[in-house]
Design a protein around this ligand. Structure first.
Ligand code: 13P
Length: 248
């Protein structure tokens, strides 16, 4: 049985005051049986991890560099993230692939660096609207999976998030059949590559997950949770999503 996960990607939002949400989630979901992760901007990581303590909420970063250290102004290395007390790092988010030209190979190297210091990468993949409309969604996503995920990954060292680019921040989501089709294909590829471990790797869906659609999405085959953007910014929105995951 794969443990469910609700991960919130705050993107370039949030403040010290906003970290109160971690305590609110911790008390509301102390017994959820799910992994709850908050990924704030880098300047909040250490405070967030302190606030989370040993409670039910874990902390993740939104990106890391592939090198451990060096002349990389503005970047943050995986061991630095680990030092804050964070346990996860999002890699290969489409906003970074698009804005910074991150390739699958770069995402794989970042993810391997994360794994190398005990962080669990949440590797993001997903097709554009043009690719979906051209009938290329599955081959595009499967190639991203193959090339962005490091060798030797296991259920304990990797999470994958399927985020169709056209569903991010738009209020549009794929049909449940489309989500199931992608997740089933990703699951088959993970098992083909990693054997029984591939069956233990969590597959999250991301893109306009809201309190109103969460239960349907979590009821979809091979969906082990969600990577949530806008609706992870307040406890009022994120809490019902976690509750829906717990009930699923
Ligand atoms: P939204 O939930 O705001 O669509 O964002 C999804 C996302 O990009 C999470 O990484």
């Amino acid at each position: 049985m794969r443990r469910k996960m609700a991960a919130g990607n705050w993107k370039m939002n949030g403040s010290v005051a906003g970290l109160d949400m971690i305590s609110a989630l911790a008390s509301a979901h102390s017994d959820s049986g799910c992994d709850i992760v908050i990924c704030p901007p880098a300047h909040l990581l250490m405070s967030a991890a302190k606030r989370a303590g040993t409670g039910p909420v874990a902390v993740g970063a939104q990106d890391c560099h592939a090198s451990d250290k060096g002349a990389h102004t503005g970047d943050i290395a995986a061991p630095m993230i680990a030092e804050t007390g964070a346990a996860y790092v999002i890699t290969g988010h489409s906003e970074r692939r698009e804005t910074y030209g991150e390739t699958d190979a770069a995402v794989r190297d970042k993810s391997a660096a994360a794994q190398g210091c005990g962080l669990v990468p949440i590797v993001c993949i997903g097709e554009s609207l043009e690719q979906r409309e051209a009938g290329e969604a599955l081959p595009v996503i499967r190639a991203q999976l193959e090339n962005s995920v490091p060798e030797g990954s296991t259920g304990a060292t990797l999470v994958v998030a399927y985020e169709p680019i056209w569903a991010i921040g738009t209020g549009k989501i794929p049909t449940l059949d489309q989500i199931a089709e992608v997740h089933t294909a990703l699951r088959a590829d993970l098992v083909a590559r990693f054997g029984p471990e591939g069956d233990k790797i969590r597959l999250l869906y991301g893109g306009s997950v809201k309190p109103g659609n969460a239960a349907d999405i979590f009821g979809t085959k091979d969906v082990d949770g969600a990577l949530v953007g806008g609706a992870s910014l307040t406890a009022d929105d994120f809490s019902p999503i976690i509750a829906a995951l717990t009930a699923s």
